[in-house]
Design a protein around this ligand. Structure first.
Ligand code: CA
Length: 293
């Protein structure tokens, strides 16, 4: 199992990959570059399809078009016109240091996304969910760097990562209501001697979870009910930010990375930092769920 470069685009802070099954395109963002890229599997280069400062996640909308998160909230995106419009009131505008980070839709089409303290020190962030009809709810507070999200194949468990905790948490999840309860630790990076911080994540159809290692140069696969490491995929870039299953059979794992936070010496030794990678991991993943709102 190895990863190869998927396109010749280099991002400052690549993130937020999502697979649009309607068109067979992987969308991903460069948060620091303020760009949304479209990657057609097999193409050498990616198109910049929209530019907006601080864009941190992008998802297809069931009714057409896309939704995204950027600094203070959730927005709609029309790729034909390039128009970006708020879906909710802005969030945390009084918190100078805060901004939205990773986001993803659950199997019922609710858009979950959390905020982070840009100094990565204060637990001033929260996890939000945007329901159909633009009802925004704060679900968790005391979050420092809100990151990866995922749901089990039976839709009974939600996974969530607040990176500095170095843990993947699990919750009992109710598909009809979106409520979460019974928080537990699914994976503990410290106890299992892992390098780096957990960042973005994805779930495969065997119920195993794939976690990107920020500062660890790898993606790891875990059995989340036992906290056991199953596999390690080395990535030739240290800041591995997120993962997403894509392709017609959902058996290609795309991996975003960053140049952000690396000094010149490290960048010289890791010239692929910031690239989009792909790996045939030999297992199928769960789909990217579109936003139903
Ligand atoms: Ca992230």
């Amino acid at each position: 199992m190895n990863a190869k470069v998927a396109s010749n685009v280099t991002a400052e802070l690549g993130e937020g990959p999502s697979w649009d099954a309607r068109t067979g395109i992987l969308y991903w963002v460069d948060i620091k570059g303020g760009r949304i890229y479209a990657h057609k599997p097999g193409n050498e280069s990616d198109d910049i399809v929209a530019s907006t400062k601080g864009v941190s996640s992008v998802v297809p909308r069931a009714g057409g078009g896309f939704a995204l998160t950027s600094r203070h909230g959730f927005y709609s995106l029309d790729l034909k016109t390039g128009r970006i419009e708020p879906l909710t009131e802005e969030v945390e505008i009084d918190l100078e240091s805060n901004k939205f980070n990773d986001g993803k839709c659950d199997p019922a089409g609710r858009y979950w996304a959390g905020t982070m303290d840009q100094t990565e020190k204060s637990p001033s962030g929260s996890l939000y969910l945007l329901e159909k009809g633009s009802k925004l709810k704060k679900v968790l507070s005391n979050i420092t760097v809100s990151n990866g999200l995922g749901w089990s194949p039976d839709h009974k468990t939600m996974y969530y990562i607040d990176s500095p905790t170095k843990k993947v948490r699990s919750f009992d999840y109710s598909l009809p209501t979106g409520e979460i309860s019974n928080q537990q630790v699914a994976v503990d990076f410290v106890r299992s001697g892992q390098i780096g911080d957990p960042d973005g994540m994805a779930v495969d159809n065997e119920g195993m979870i794939w976690v990107a290692h920020w500062g660890g140069g790898r993606v790891t696969r875990w059995n989340p009910s036992k906290g056991v490491l199953l596999d390690t995929l080395q990535i030739p870039a240290d800041q591995v930010t997120s993962v997403c299953f894509a392709g017609e059979n959902l058996d290609e794992l795309y991996i975003t990375t960053a140049r952000d936070g690396l000094d010149e010496k490290t960048l010289a030794s890791k010239p692929l930092a910031g690239s989009l990678f792909v790996s045939n991991v030999g297992v199928r993943g769960l789909p990217t769920y579109p936003f139903e709102g």
